[in-house]
Structure formats: C-alpha cells, structure tokens
Write a protein that binds this ligand. Structure first.
Ligand SMILES: *[C@@H]1O[C@H](CO)[C@@H](O)[C@H](O)[C@H]1NC(C)=O
Ligand SMILES: *[C@@H]1O[C@H](CO)[C@@H](O)[C@H](O)[C@H]1NC(C)=O
Ligand SMILES: *[C@@H]1O[C@H](CO)[C@@H](O)[C@H](O)[C@H]1NC(C)=O
Ligand SMILES: *[C@@H]1O[C@H](CO)[C@@H](O)[C@H](O)[C@H]1NC(C)=O
Ligand SMILES: *[C@@H]1O[C@H](CO)[C@@H](O)[C@H](O)[C@H]1NC(C)=O
Ligand SMILES: *[C@@H]1O[C@H](CO)[C@@H](O)[C@H](O)[C@H]1NC(C)=O
Ligand SMILES: *[C@@H]1O[C@H](CO)[C@@H](O)[C@H](O)[C@H]1NC(C)=O
Ligand SMILES: *[C@@H]1O[C@H](CO)[C@@H](O)[C@H](O)[C@H]1NC(C)=O
Ligand SMILES: *[C@@H]1O[C@H](CO)[C@@H](O)[C@H](O)[C@H]1NC(C)=O
Length: 724
C-alpha cells in the first residue's frame, strides 16, 4: 500500500480503507513466494530410521529429516483419523471442532472455521489435495471441503475402493480380506495400489506446475494411505524385514491397574479374516505371539513402501526446480499401538497412539543453500532405493551411542550438576549416523508440540498473515489457532552455533557410562513402587540396600515376569476409581505430602517447582494434550469408535516433560460437557523411568500429591500450558 493511501486511510477511516487494510498483498508473481508440500501419512507412528528405530529402512524420510527440524515429542489431539485431521487442518481441538467421530461437518455443526489449505488459497496459492488429506465423507461434506479449501478437484486413487476386498493371498492359495497383506501388484485390480497412484499423480502435478506460465505458488497436500490397515503392500518390501529380526513390543502384556475405560479393543484389526481365524478373545486378546511378529513385520514393510512414494515425490520436487523454494512438512495423523500393552491400532490415549513423527523443512532455515555456495549443483533430494545396499539388520546404524537412547524420554545430554531425567535439550542431538547413506540429523528437539501447531507454523513460514489465539468462546471466530507457531522454536534450534553442538557431543561421549548406571538405579526405584500394591516390593528394596545392581535387576525382572503373567480376568479389580478409593485409604501413611511426592519420583517435585528445564524451552509449552471418548467403562464393541450420541465418557491426557497424566470423566454429548467430579479412572506414568507407560501409579497413596498437581493442570487445560 502506498504512503499516500495509508495516510488518507488513517485520516478518513473509510470502508474502502478497512478493506485495504484487510487485503493481504498476493504472493510475488516472480516465484519468490515459497510453495508448501504438506505430507500426511495415515496411522504412522515414529517407527522410522530418523527417529532412532534401528530396524527401519526409511531412507527417503530420513533424508528429508536431515534437512528438517525433527520433533521428537509431537502429539495429536485425538488418536483417530477424522477428528485428528479436522483438528490440525483447522488448528482447533476436538472440543472446538465438536468432531469426536466421523459424522458431522464443522462448518455447519461447530463454526465456519478457515482451514490450512483455505488460508493459502485465499492468499493466492493454487491448492491441490491428493489422496487422504481431509477425512472423506460427512466430516468434509463429501467433497474434501471443496470448494473452500481447494483450487483444483481433490484427487483420490481409484483403487482405494478395494480396501475391503478379498485380494490378500492365503497360504492355501485362496484370497482373504486380511490385515497382513503382501501382494503382487500385477495381480491387483487395475494392476496398481492407492499410494502408487497418488505418487504418480503428484509427480505429474509437479511437472505441470513447472511448465505452467502462471507463476503462482502451490500448496500441495499429499495424504498416503499406508501403513493404515490393511497392511497391503508390494510383497518385496517384506524382504527388508526378515522375521528372525522382528521382536515383540516392549511391555506387550495387559498392564496392571489400567482403568478399563482406557482400553481400546482394536475392532478394525479383529474384523480382518486372518485375525478372525485366530479366535482372539474379546476385548483383551492377546494376539498370538507369532501373529504379533507378522503384524509388526507388515507394518514395517508397509512403512518402507510408503517411504519410497515419499522419495518419488521429493525427487520430483527436485527435478522440477522446486526443492529450493518449497516448505515441506511431514506428519502422521496419529500413532498406532503395535502390541504395546497388548494393544493394537489407535483409538486410545497411550503415547503409542498419540505420538507422531513431525518434520518441518524450510529452505534457508533448516538446511543450507547448496545453490548459493560452493556446493552449487548439489541435489537436495534424490530418490533413495531401499533395496540398494540394504542390510536388514541394526548394523546399518552407527549405534555407538545407543546405550542411553534406549531410555526414551530421558534426555541423553545433561549438564553438570543437574539431576538427570528432566532436562530436555533443544539442540544438537546429532548422534545418529546412517552408515549407508551418511545422513546426519542436524536439528532434533524434545520440545513438546501438538498438531494444532502446524497451521500457524506453515502460515508464518510462508509469510502469510499469522493466526491470532482463539478466544475462550471460539465458535464465531473464523481464523484463529488453539496451538502456537513453532517458528520461534525452529529459529532457536537452527540458529545455535555448530560449536555448541560439538560440545554437546563431547559431553555426551564422556558421560555415557555413568549416566546409564544412574538410570538403572532410578528404574529400580520406580519399578519397585509401580510393581507393588502390597508392601512386598517396598520391603524387598529396604532389605536389600547392599545388593549389587545386577542382582537387584535380576530379582526385579523375575518379579516382572510373575506380574505380567496375570490373566485378563484379574484386571477387573481396578475397574473404577470409586471401587479403589478404599485401597487408597488403607495405604495412607503418616508422612508429609512433600515426602510422599518425593517417593513417587525423587527427582520430580524439584523439577516442577524449580523449572530447571533447558533454558531455551522456558518460553515454550509446559504440556501437550490429547483426548478420547468412550461409550462405556467396560470395553464394548463400539469402544474404539463410538458415535457422538453414545459418548458417555471422555478421557483427557497431558504429557509434561516428566509425566503423562490422564483422567476419564463422565461426558454428556447433548451439551458437550465434561463432568470432572464423576471420575472413572486416572493414569499417572513417570516418563523418565516408565517411557512405555506400563505402570500406572495414579492409585498409589504416595503419588497423591503429584496426582493433585497434575489433575489441576489437566483440568485447566491447554490454554494455561501455552508459551509464556
Ligand atoms: C463460510 O466461509 C466461507 C469461506 O470464507 C464463505 O464463502 C461462506 O459463505 C461462509 N458460510 C457461512 C454460512 O457463513
Ligand atoms: C455441503 O454439500 C452440499 C451438497 O453438495 C451443499 O449443498 C452444501 O452447501 C454444502 N455445505 C456447505 C456448508 O458448503
Ligand atoms: C497436467 O496437465 C495435463 C495437461 O494440461 C492435464 O491433462 C493433467 O490432468 C494435469 N495433471 C495434473 C496431475 O495436474
Ligand atoms: C475358533 O472357535 C470356534 C468356535 O468357538 C471353533 O469352532 C474353532 O475350532 C476355533 N478355531 C481355532 C483355530 O481355535
Ligand atoms: C532455486 O534454484 C534455481 C536454480 O536451480 C534458481 O534459479 C532460483 O533462484 C533458486 N531460488 C531460490 C529461492 O533461491
Ligand atoms: C561410529 O561412530 C563412532 C564415533 O563417532 C566412530 O568412532 C566409528 O568409527 C563409527 N562406526 C562406523 C561403522 O561408522
Ligand atoms: C548398542 O546396542 C547393541 C544391541 O542392543 C549392543 O550390542 C551394543 O553393545 C550397544 N552399544 C553400546 C555402545 O552400548
Ligand atoms: C485367571 O484368574 C482367575 C481369577 O484369579 C482364576 O480364577 C482363573 O483360573 C485364571 N485363569 C487362568 C487361565 O489362569
Ligand atoms: C529462544 O532462545 C532465547 C535465548 O537463547 C530465549 O530467550 C527464547 O525464549 C527462546 N525461545 C523459544 C521459543 O524457545
């Protein structure tokens, strides 16, 4: 806007001027505006090489990660496709989209909220949807929210219609509607598969865009279907994961003291022919171990197959000259339990279901500019073939630093004098070297982030108008966010000097062994509290002060086995909190609250009070949130995917750097009210010692002070956990 116009506007305040002020200048037509490639993968958990999973062959995503900021602690707002996608595409939580199932369209049901692609479209971008971006059907008005979100007609692969078809070969030569479904592509209907078609379309789209005379920037959203069930993929990908290398999930048995309302009975898995044949009991299972291995193998194989499609898209971006001016985000719409806790699928508050991979790549910010330096001509992205030089064993990673990393959730780098287990570092986790392809990860962060943060982040990264925070009554505000832009974090992380990174590596190398020993000590301490609901283990620990570390571990391991062999009928004792209140009273001990909390986690209370977290995270989110509805306290057939009218309970979960805390409360679907006082279960997991969320401590007397603190924070909600 010219100076003259501005002056006139200020003096006259005319309607025209209001319009002018609200008008955002269209992106420069000279091609300097940045494009956006928005990659979203159905049911993808961070089972990827770049997330430290040594079995995985995901070279193309790892390569993207090496040019991105990798978020290690990214959480979805509800672990099921429709609600999660509508949430991150509008930057609002399910309590604002009012979509907890698949059966309403937010524009008419909640509010006429502006979406992420719509924001780009309204600012001069060509927007294109490929595959599954919005949840199809009613949740997006049977049109993927067209015409509001998309310039072009959304593309859906024609072969998606065979999702429920009997096309998976059984051993006897017959065909089934199986979950484990390696196939010969030539024998498939139309001789192709959905993600192959989506990648083909995307490659053509990029070709077209590079030839186009109209130099508009694009927002290209590509939604891959795999590794969503059925695990249908070209069978050669199975060869990347020999069965002998597959392991069961850690903590693959039904956890003690899990409130039953937390359980998801994985009906989408059960309903498949091959699983039906196993006669797995409802609602807990377990799935036979050999089949657990087969499912994990096929999830990995389907992930590598998807990785190849990502590689094809990235290569096309490069070949068509867009690599140096395209912002890329890569995300899973929610996680997937792969046998942890005896659970499968999503539909829960477990971290396995709520945590996702999130990569954000911004030219000139998260990666250098080879086109401006001596490396001119070097490619950012070239296709990486998973079958070349692949050793399907863990030796492909340089795991010389793996010891402490196996304690996920504990940070591996800690500064001197600081208690371990609670320092989360934003910079320089440059530890993984992908030996074959020489990929390093320059920027990893353990900062807690949520998918509602995506929309404001991409808007800011592309230079579009930023999103204000939604008001407390958000229903009449069309453009706002219930998240926060990640750009301040991304800038912080990427601007740290390389010398700092080096120091951290050196520090790490020297401290490795001692830290591991210390971690083991804490594990024992925590374990004893969690494994015990009579006084046995406590006594055991007290009586064994001089036991050597190794003996103590062994004894506790035996104890674990005994506890884990408990059968599913026995879990009923912990059904609702009401039933267990007596227990709490029985265990009341005459100790001060502070001491009680210290016993629950010796390092926790000081951490919370002193806020000794990494300095660069002081101004970042204190906690992240997710929720899940249930029809009943005991698992029923519709517990995974209840309809709104049957949702009588709502679980809310919060992750801080130290704990996961959840409450399951009564919910009334007619007015969307949560009745916190009617509590049907609590869960408390200490992340440092129990990263797999296997030992619910919420009902222990000595953890009540911690539960009280966390309960208050959970009920206050996300608004109070925002960056200061
Ligand atoms: C909803 O928003 C869209 C896009 O801004 C607009 O075209 C449409 O008229 C709005 N609908 C209603 C009912 O306000
Ligand atoms: C939803 O789709 C129907 C059928 O195409 C259309 O008539 C209606 O206007 C759409 N709703 C909105 C809010 O655009
Ligand atoms: C590319 O352009 C051709 C010719 O205009 C058109 O037929 C085709 O549908 C376009 N493909 C995509 C994916 O945009
Ligand atoms: C599964 O259960 C059905 C009926 O309960 C029984 O007829 C069948 O033999 C069982 N199959 C296996 C493999 O156990
Ligand atoms: C991207 O690279 C091309 C050459 O490959 C160059 O002409 C163009 O200016 C570069 N764009 C940016 C934003 O650096
Ligand atoms: C792994 O990393 C360590 C430390 O950086 C190095 O000494 C070793 O040579 C590496 N091994 C391989 C196989 O690259
Ligand atoms: C890394 O893990 C492997 C397998 O668990 C183990 O054999 C190896 O000793 C570990 N490396 C270090 C440095 O601890
Ligand atoms: C499971 O536990 C119940 C209750 O303790 C017991 O009656 C039953 O025999 C157990 N079943 C098995 C298979 O161990
Ligand atoms: C970024 O770092 C500076 C100092 O290094 C700090 O003041 C600021 O709060 C940090 N911001 C975020 C979002 O981490």
């Amino acid at each position: 806007m010219s100076h003259y116009l501005l002056k006139t506007c200020l003096s006259k305040r005319s309607v025209l001027c209001v319009l002018l002020f609200n008008l955002w200048m269209p992106p420069a037509a000279d091609g300097s505006a940045k494009n956006v490639l928005f990659l979203v993968v159905d049911d993808l958990r961070p089972t990827l090489g770049c997330y430290g999973d040594t079995i995985m062959n995901t070279k193309n995503i790892d390569n993207l990660a090496s040019k991105s900021v990798l978020f290690e602690e990214a959480y979805v707002q509800e672990a099921v496709c429709g609600p999660s996608r509508i949430s991150f595409l509008t930057s609002r939580r399910p309590d604002t989209t009012l979509l907890y199932d698949f059966f309403s369209y937010w524009r008419v049901h909640a509010g006429n909220y502006t979406t992420l692609p719509q924001h780009f479209k309204e600012h001069g971008y060509i927007t294109q949807s490929v595959g599954k971006v919005f949840h199809p059907g009613r949740a997006s008005n049977f049109s993927d929210d067209s015409p509001y979100s998309w310039t072009n007609k959304p593309y859906h692969p024609s072969t998606f219609q065979y999702k429920m078809s009997k096309v998976c070969p059984n051993k006897d030569g017959s065909l089934g509607m199986n979950i484990v479904c390696p196939v010969e592509v030539d024998k498939m209907p139309e001789k192709t598969l959905p993600d192959l078609q989506s990648a083909d379309f995307t490659v053509n789209f990029l070709k077209n865009m590079s030839k186009s005379k109209e130099k508009k920037p694009f927002f290209l959203a590509v939604g891959f279907h795999k590794p969503h069930v059925p695990l249908k993929y070209p069978k050669e990908y199975k060869d990347l994961y020999p069965l002998s290398k597959i392991r069961l999930a850690p903590h693959h048995t039904l956890p003690l003291r899990l409130p039953l309302v937390a359980w998801n009975p994985w009906n989408d898995v059960r309903s498949r022919d091959d699983v039906q044949a196993l006669n797995v009991s409802f609602p807990f299972g377990p799935m036979p171990e050999h089949f657990q291995l087969l499912m994990r193998q096929s999830y990995y194989a389907a992930t590598s197959y998807m990785d190849v499609q990502v590689g094809r898209v990235l290569a096309a971006l490069e070949e068509n000259g867009f690599a140096n001016n395209t912002i890329i985000s890569f995300v899973g719409d929610h996680g997937w339990s792969l046998g942890e806790h005896q659970e499968w699928s999503k539909f829960s508050l477990f971290r396995a279901a709520t945590r996702v991979p999130l990569l954000i790549s911004i030219p000139g910010v998260t990666h250098s500019r080879p086109w401006e330096t001596s490396r001119r001509g070097e490619k950012l992205f070239s296709f990486l073939d998973p079958f070349r030089d692949s050793k399907s064993d863990s030796s492909k990673y340089n795991d010389s630093l793996n010891a402490t990393e196996s304690y996920q959730g504990l940070d591996v780098f800690r500064s001197k004098g600081q208690a371990f287990g609670r320092k989360f570092v934003t910079v320089g986790d440059v530890v993984k070297k992908y030996v074959n392809s020489d990929v390093t990860l320059p920027f990893k962060t353990k900062a807690l982030v949520e998918l509602v943060d995506l929309f404001p982040t991409l808007a800011e990264a592309a230079g579009l108008p930023t999103l204000p925070l939604c008001p407390k009554d958000p229903f009449n505000t069309m453009l706002c966010t219930e998240g926060a832009s990640l750009m301040p974090l991304i800038k912080n992380i990427t601007q740290k000097s390389s010398s700092q990174v080096k120091n951290i590596i050196n520090m790490h190398a020297g401290r490795n062994k001692r830290e591991v020993d210390k971690n083991l000590e804490t594990n024992i301490l925590h374990y004893s509290y969690s494994a015990d609901d009579n006084v046995q283990t406590k006594k055991f620990l007290k009586s064994q002060p001089s036991t050597s570390l190794n003996n103590a571990i062994k004894t506790l391991a035996d104890h674990t086995l005994a506890l884990n062999s408990i059968n599913s009928t026995e879990i009923h004792y912990s059904q609702t909190e009401r039933n267990t209140n007596n227990k709490i009273i029985e265990f009341k001990e005459d100790i001060t609250l502070y001491e009680a909390a210290r016993k629950c986690d010796p390092s926790f209370v000081p951490a919370y009070q002193d806020k000794q977290h990494d300095e660069s995270l002081h101004h970042w989110k204190q906690a992240v949130f997710s929720q899940y509805p249930r029809p009943s306290v005991e698992p029923e057939k519709d517990s995974d995917e209840p309809h709104l009218k049957n949702m009588h309970f709502m679980g809310y979960s919060m992750w801080t750097p130290d704990v996961r805390y959840s409450e399951w409360a009564r919910f009334t679907p007619s007015d969307y009210k949560v009745h916190w006082a009617d509590n049907y279960g609590r869960e408390l997991y200490l992340r440092g010692s129990d990263p797999h969320e296997a030992h619910n401590l919420a009902l222990f007397d000595w953890c009540q002070p911690l539960v009280d603190i966390m309960s208050e924070r959970l009920r206050r909600g996300w608004r109070y956990a925002r960056p200061a």
